[in-house]
Design a protein around this ligand. Structure first.
Ligand code: ADP
Ligand code: F6P
Length: 323
């Protein structure tokens, strides 16, 4: 394989740049010409390729986001869009593609791989909901940002005896909320996987005060039902009866945009390099991820069909340690 391309797709994740750098430099080491595709599958369809030399990827590792840009591209979900993308790849003589992204992006990679085109995915999403990798690029940084926020909020929550709801990302998956809740010492964690009874949450907050806690921190995933706003509205309406105030802080995109931690830079460097090694060895239709600290490759079809449920022991740990 003499020419390969790399793209980043879906939600950006801190560490994507380190993965691009690893793809480019590993490819160059193997005598390949490496191209970056701008703005994910949209750039693939439009034929927006830029050459990536070793110097072009210098100084990017410590930057959040992605130097190539990312995008949501509905056109790629249709066969017509993928045919256009394949035409561009073939016209430019590109023989293999690395797709850095989460669930949706790897579903797209799998559709492209199903045509026989050599594709390797790199597990990258702050949500950590991708089957085939215990942890994905961006999770560690996103969690550290959430923790910094929670630690700060605890200070003011204690000063005012005020309950604080902290909304973290995770539309469909509660991993970030759960882990930030455990490591941040939250009194409750609300996730999309389980519906919340607002009255039960209010009782939970009361019980925390009764146990002598000066604060009550509740970490809420973006996709929790009801969500942070809904819960805050409930407490506001019942304020007189409940006897406490509740404030909401939404971390939102701040969580996606941080400087990648050591862990994310290392993970991204290893996975980016591994993706190129797979292509060079003639292996494709795979996702490279991490299992038990080792890089492993899992067929994309399996990744797309698989589910990564939350570990119920961690849910239990969150409950026990909130005492
Ligand atoms: P993430 O990769 O972060 O989960 P998305 O779910 O938004 O992000 O997916 C990113 C992109 O992947 C989509 O905009 C689309 O271009 C592509 N994609 C998602 N689902 C499919 C699919 N079923 N078939 C083909 N491409 C898809
Ligand atoms: O996939 C990562 C993620 O941060 C989700 O947790 C979140 O729901 C989503 O991206 C929101 O991103 P956007 O607004 O860019 O679609």
């Amino acid at each position: 394989m003499k020419r390969i391309a790399v793209l980043t797709s879906g939600g950006d994740a801190p560490g994507m740049n380190a993965a691009i750098r690893a793809v480019a430099r590993t490819g160059i080491e193997k005598g390949m010409e490496v191209f970056g595709v701008e703005h994910g599958y949209a750039g693939l369809i439009a034929g927006n390729f830029i050459p990536l030399g070793a110097r072009d990827v210098g100084g990017i590792m410590q930057r959040g986001g992605t130097m190539l840009g990312s995008a949501r591209c509905p056109e790629f979900k249709a066969e017509e869009g993928r045919v256009k993308a394949l035409r561009e790849l073939n016209q430019k003589g590109i023989e293999g593609l690395v797709v850095i992204g989460g669930n949706g992006s790897q579903t797209g990679a799998n559709s492209l791989a199903a045509t026989g085109y050599p594709v390797v995915g790199v597990a990258s999403t702050i949500d950590n909901d991708l089957y085939g990798s215990e942890i994905t690029i961006g999770v560690d940084t996103a969690l550290n940002i959430a923790l910094e926020t929670i630690d700060r909020l605890k200070v003011t929550a204690s000063s005012h005896q005020r309950a604080m709801l902290v909304e973290v990302m995770g539309r469909d998956c509660g991993y970030l909320a759960l882990m930030a809740g455990i490591a941040g010492g939250a009194e409750a964690v609300l996730i999309p996987e389980c519906e919340t009874n607002p009255e039960e949450l209010a009782r939970e907050i009361w019980r925390a005060y009764e146990r002598g806690k000066p604060h009550a921190i509740v970490v809420v995933a973006e996709g929790a039902r009801p969500n942070a706003q809904g819960l805050a509205q409930y407490v506001k309406e019942q304020r007189a009866r409940l006897g406490f105030e509740l404030r909401v802080t939404i971390i939102g995109y701040v969580q996606r945009g941080g400087t990648p931690t050591y862990f994310d830079r290392m993970l991204a460097s290893r996975l980016g390099a591994a993706a190129v090694e797979q292509l060079a060895a003639g292996h494709h239709g795979l996702l490279v991820g991490i299992q038990k600290s080792e890089v492993v490759a899992t067929p994309l079809a399996e990744v797309v069909a698989g589910k990564k449920p939350l570990d119920p022991r961690l849910l239990d740990l969150a409950r026990v340690l909130s005492k």
